[in-house]
Design a protein around this ligand. Structure first.
Ligand SMILES: [Zn+2]
Ligand SMILES: [Zn+2]
Length: 179
């Protein structure tokens, strides 16, 4: 038993390839351009690398290195995809690798991982009867113990933030002398 049917499809107007759905055909030969500078991009991209950096720069909080150190202490800085303890290290890296030193680097915020008594209790008792609790005294001891433990063993790490930290002019000048 057969019945004749016509199946609807969509064709890319440019290359002629057929698809079941209209958006697929629309997307087929669609070209992507940077919305800032118009350069041609890979599929689904909207900003080129240069403009991405430019937009991020414009939106970022900006500070001198002095201000950064004052506000964020010994936080690391980011250049490229790498984290450095201080700007001097970024410049050393540039000299060693013959890269032009940057005018600015990115700031970071400090994150800390500590062990937490309540989470430990919750995990330990998750399969026990409802409302199970360790004794109050036991939890107090654990908290006191963990306070000390965290002071010694907590993990600090840094994540990149939208903060532009300018490389001090005099550091760049010193660098010119070295090259
Ligand atoms: Zn096409
Ligand atoms: Zn662009």
């Amino acid at each position: 038993m057969a019945k004749e049917v016509s199946i609807k499809g969509y064709q890319c107007e440019k290359c002629g390839k057929a698809y079941a759905f209209e958006n697929q055909a629309d997307d087929c030969c669609k070209e992507y351009f940077c919305r800032e500078c118009g350069v041609k991009l890979d599929k689904y991209h909207t900003l080129c690398e240069r403009c991405k950096e430019k937009v991020a720069y414009e939106k970022a909080k900006k500070m001198t290195y002095e201000e950064y150190v004052k506000e964020y202490g010994d936080n690391m800085v980011v250049f490229g995809d790498d984290y450095y303890s201080e700007i001097e290290d970024v410049l050393d890296y540039c000299v060693q690798n013959e890269i032009e030193p940057p005018k600015y680097v990115w700031g970071t915020s400090k994150q800390t991982v500590k062990l937490d008594a309540d989470t430990i209790e919750e995990n330990a008792l998750s399969d026990v009867f409802e409302d199970a609790k360790f004794s109050y005294k036991g939890m107090e001891e654990l908290r006191t113990f963990l306070d000390e433990w965290n002071k010694k063993h907590r993990i600090d790490y840094y994540i990149e933030e939208p903060i532009v930290v300018y490389v001090p002019e005099d550091m760049l000048k010193d660098l010119d002398k070295q090259i």
